[in-house]
Write a protein that binds this ligand. Structure first.
Ligand code: MTE
Ligand code: MO
Length: 306
């Protein structure tokens, strides 16, 4: 386990018992009970067939170099300021065109959803990337449970608004809440997960505790953190970066080395943590998932639907 040099108590691959928490408190108080539940057997110890075999970044990189504007615009702001965020209790409103709308406690959101490790490369639109061993479950599992009605075409997500604990929200730069959206077929794709942890640990606050989206074939900004609302809607929903600068950030935001951002190339990426001068590598179409997702966009011009 070469990547576990940081003197941590458990190997990251030791996800089986550690992955099952709902929150830190529930993990601590409920560890014994959880360890006895059959749900344990639902976790895949082996990497998912969707995982990259690239070496994950260190825990320090993943938790020390973040984008989470609710805590500031600097890459080190989330690590510095997210510690004060209260993530327990946590509930998510699920509403819109669903059979079972409601306010669901996090434990209820996660109920019966099989957790597994997914090692995905996060490709930020700013042309850097890292590899993260997430713990999560497929969004489709939750959507199927709440019952998507036939008129629903998109899924809209919102992050918590709590300026007392999120100092970045005192800046009006973004019209809070941070919001994101997916087309329904994108949301239902098995690559799309809600992640509740990483490296076999509960989700660190700076990475979007207690639950965040991860859509590995899209630029990182689609992967909205600290979700409090999921709405099934008929129309393409407004999304934060698209609202800020639509010419630079489209709704689709698929990783695409052939469509440059207006201010920089997307053909290659800086690999975070790979040395002083930064290793670079070519960016892959759909971040390496072309075989899995290209068919979702058949007939679309990706220079128009960027
Ligand atoms: N609520 C919220 N979610 C967010 C962001 C944010 O500022 N606020 N930043 C996005 C961007 S630009 C990226 S690249 C990823 C970064 O995820 P990470 O910090 O876990 O690597 O989170 C995304 N999710
Ligand atoms: Mo990003």
């Amino acid at each position: 386990m070469p990547r576990l040099e940081q003197n941590r108590p458990l190997a990251w691959s030791d996800v089986t018992p550690k992955a099952l928490w709902l929150t830190r408190r529930q993990w601590i108080t409920g560890a014994a009970a959880l360890a006895a539940t059959p749900a344990l057997s639902q976790i895949q110890a082996a990497p998912s067939r969707f995982s990259t075999d690239a070496e994950p970044n260190s825990f320090e990189d993943i938790t020390g170099y973040n984008n989470f504007y609710e805590f500031g615009t600097g890459k080190e702001d989330p690590a510095a300021y997210a510690g004060g965020l209260t993530t327990d209790p946590w509930s998510i409103v699920i509403d819109g065109l669903v059979d079972k709308p409601g306010t669901y406690d996090l434990a209820d959101v996660m109920k019966d959803q099989p957790l597994e490790e997914r090692i995905y490369r996060l490709r930020c639109v700013e042309a850097w990337s890292m590899v993260v061993p997430w713990i999560g479950f497929e969004l489709a599992g939750l959507l199927n449970r709440v019952g998507v009605q036939s008129g629903a075409k998109f899924v809209a997500f919102e992050t918590l608004v709590r300026p007392e604990e999120m100092p970045g929200q005192s800046s009006p730069f973004i019209e809070w809440p941070y919001r994101e959206g997916l087309r329904l077929d994108e949301a239902m794709h098995p690559l799309t997960i809600l992640a509740t942890g990483l490296y076999g640990e509960p989700m660190p606050n700076q990475n979007g505790a207690p639950i965040r989206l991860v859509v590995p074939w899209k630029y990182g900004f689609k992967s909205i953190k600290s979700i409090v609302r999921i709405s099934l809607v008929a129309e393409m929903p407004p999304t934060t970066w698209n609202m800020l600068q639509p010419s630079e950030y489209g709704f689709y935001a698929n990783v695409n080395p052939t469509v440059d951002h207006p201010r920089w190339s997307q053909a290659s990426e800086r690999v975070v943590g790979s040395g002083l001068f930064g290793g670079r590598q070519d960016t892959l179409m759909f971040n390496g998932y072309e075989a899995e997702v290209a068919s979702l966009y058949a007939g679309q011009d990706l220079t128009v639907d960027y």
